[in-house]
Design a protein around this ligand. Structure first.
Ligand code: NAD
Length: 523
């Protein structure tokens, strides 16, 4: 691991900036908490917390604002998304600093979030009109029954987002909700609340009316119930365990929800793969945000015939990663975000080693760099019975396995309750696509790690199995925030026997009609 000297990381945000961002939070009724910069362990800000009364106030404001917002022409709502896109790109240095300070990640990984928000804003600005257009499907009696299907915003959407991709996961899920005519009450993680508040601030400056996107602040286990208890829809990103709690609470109220949960994502290197390309991209796919990425690769299955070559190159590249923290692009991997992350990573590696696994790279915490740094780590010889074999580490730890056929690789890849992301490497893309189709995951990247599928935001993204239900991105990522309403207008004659006609004759006539419609292949 290269650890060249670097400028001391800035670890405080200007007080006036913090105060101006906090104006978008409805909080203060509960005791404040201190937020520390993971890279240094030093305080960033005092964060006020929301009481039940604050949360109620936020929802009341949001409801009032939403009623007016739903009347605003769609084109006007879209133009705000376009301005938001430009602002995020133009002011990226400001938000990159905040993301880095709050998460400890390297700037290159923080930039992925800026890119994510930009492509989502652009996509939904371009797609919203078509997606929200009223449809006119055929009525029960052609010509006589005119049907239209309209879209109604859900109302107030709760976006409960975690700390690992705080800009992308707070903003990119809120934008389609807003453009569809909803208000959003965000509950960002305390650790990364200022990032979410910056996004709200930028949206306000892009023209979003007041009250439509506010944040409430607090630990999920403390205020989650208060938020879900008032929302019309819940968009949640986090662990599968918490996802179950959210689903129970939303189910109790019979409101809709979308859950984006954990993963134990596999990468398959087939015998004809571009081994160097696979090794290079695997490093990015395993260690982005120090592995604290739901899509990140934690298991690699390599065909026996290319195993030594792949592992050699992958280990070399991993050992060469520049590890450290600075508010610039000088480091390739940053810090973990919480003490509990380093505890989990340490426990997974120690358990594996105690049960016979070998560390090929990394395997050590690096307190010399900062309190929560851990080296990017590659394990070999991992077997069932080791914690890391099945459980999501959500840190910079990946296990490499030798396989002897595509069949075995697919079987191993599918040996998990998760199903979020996967990657397949082969020079024969038809073969790779066939393998991809057999992997039980919401997204599979061929000759890429995760960004090809994740960044293609016109296509849906989400999990199978315990990785969640519901989708973000694509039409699904917007249509989940609206209800459909069917309005049917019956013209000239009602759908009932004509005056004087017996019910029996009516039934016979309709039977004849159904037969004719089928013969004409009408829907
Ligand atoms: P976590 O479930 O403990 O916490 C995630 C967020 O949920 C936190 O902000 C937390 O405050 C909040 N929360 C906790 N209990 C809550 C409750 N009862 N009501 C409402 N909110 C509550 O998970 P974590 O370990 O902090 O986050 C990492 C997990 O998130 C990993 O499993 C990762 O894979 C997953 N994740 C998934 C995606 C995705 O898109 N699929 C993206 C990022 C992270």
């Amino acid at each position: 691991m290269t650890t060249a000297p670097h400028p001391a990381p800035a670890d405080a945000l200007p007080r006036p900036l913090v105060q101006s961002l906090l104006a978008h939070a409805v909080a203060g009724g509960a005791p404040a908490v201190e937020i520390l910069a993971p890279a240094t362990g030093r305080p960033i800000a005092e964060l006020p917390q929301s009481s039940a009364a604050d949360i109620e106030r936020a929802f009341d404001t949001a409801r009032r604002a939403q009623r007016e917002w739903a009347k605003v022409p769609l084109r006007e709502r879209i133009s705000i998304l376009r301005r938001f896109h430009d602002l995020v790109l133009a002011e990226q240095d400001a938000i990159l600093d905040i993301v880095q300070l709050e998460t400890g990640k390297s700037r290159v990984h923080a930039f992925d979030e800026v890119g994510d928000v930009a492509v989502n804003a652009r996509y939904y600005a371009a797609a919203a009109e078509k997606l929200l257009a009223t449809r006119t499907p055929r009525g029960v009696l052609p010509v006589l029954t005119r049907v239209e299907v309209r879209h109604r915003p859900k109302g107030v959407v709760a976006v409960i987002s975690p700390w690992n991709y705080p800009l992308a996961l707070a903003a990119s899920d809120a934008l389609p909700a807003l453009v569809a005519g909803n208000a959003v009450v965000a509950r960002p993680d305390n650790q990364t609340a200022l990032t979410a508040l910056w996004a709200i601030d930028a949206a306000r400056r892009a023209g979003l009316p007041a009250g439509l996107w506010q944040a409430v602040l607090g630990r999920g286990s403390v205020i989650g119930g208060e938020v879900i208890g008032r929302a019309d829809y819940v968009d949640y990103t986090g662990s599968s365990a918490t996802g179950r709690t959210i689903a129970r609470q939303a189910g109790e109220r019979l409101i809709g929800y979308s859950l984006e949960l954990g993963g134990k994502n596999p990468l398959l290197v087939l015998d004809d793969a571009d081994v160097s390309g696979a090794a290079r991209i695997a490093v990015r796919a395993c260690f982005a945000s120090a592995g604290q990425l739901c899509e990140s690769i934690e298991r690699i299955y390599v065909h026996d015939s290319v195993y030594e070559r792949f592992v050699g190159e992958f280990v070399n590249r991993t050992r060469g990663l520049r590890l450290g923290s600075a508010l610039d692009y000088s480091y390739e991997m940053g810090s973990l975000t919480f003490p509990r992350q380093i505890d989990t990573v340490t426990a997974h590696v120690e358990d594996a080693v105690a049960k016979g696994a070998t560390v090929l790279a990394g395997g050590r915490a690096r307190p010399d760099l900062g309190p929560y740094f851990y080296e990017p780590t590659i394990l070999e010889g991992v077997r069932a019975g080791m914690t890391v074999y099945r459980e999501e580490t959500f840190g910079p730890v990946v296990s490499v396995y030798r396989v002897h056929s595509d069949e075995e690789a697919v079987e191993q890849a599918n040996d998990t309750a998760y199903g979020l992301n996967a990657s397949v490497w082969s020079r024969d893309t038809a073969r790779a696509r066939a393998v991809a189709a057999r992997i039980r995951a919401g997204s599979v990247n061929v000759n890429e790690g995760f960004i090809a599928a994740w960044g293609s935001v016109a296509a849906p993204s989400g999990g199978l199995g315990i990785s969640g239900n519901g989708r973000r991105h694509g039409p699904e990522g917007l249509l989940k925030y609206v209800d459909t309403q069917t309005i049917a207008v019956q013209r000239a004659v009602p759908i009932a026997p004509l005056p004087g006609m017996s019910e029996a004759l009516w039934a016979k006539t309709m039977t004849l009609y159904f037969g004719v419609m089928k013969a004409l292949r009408q829907k």
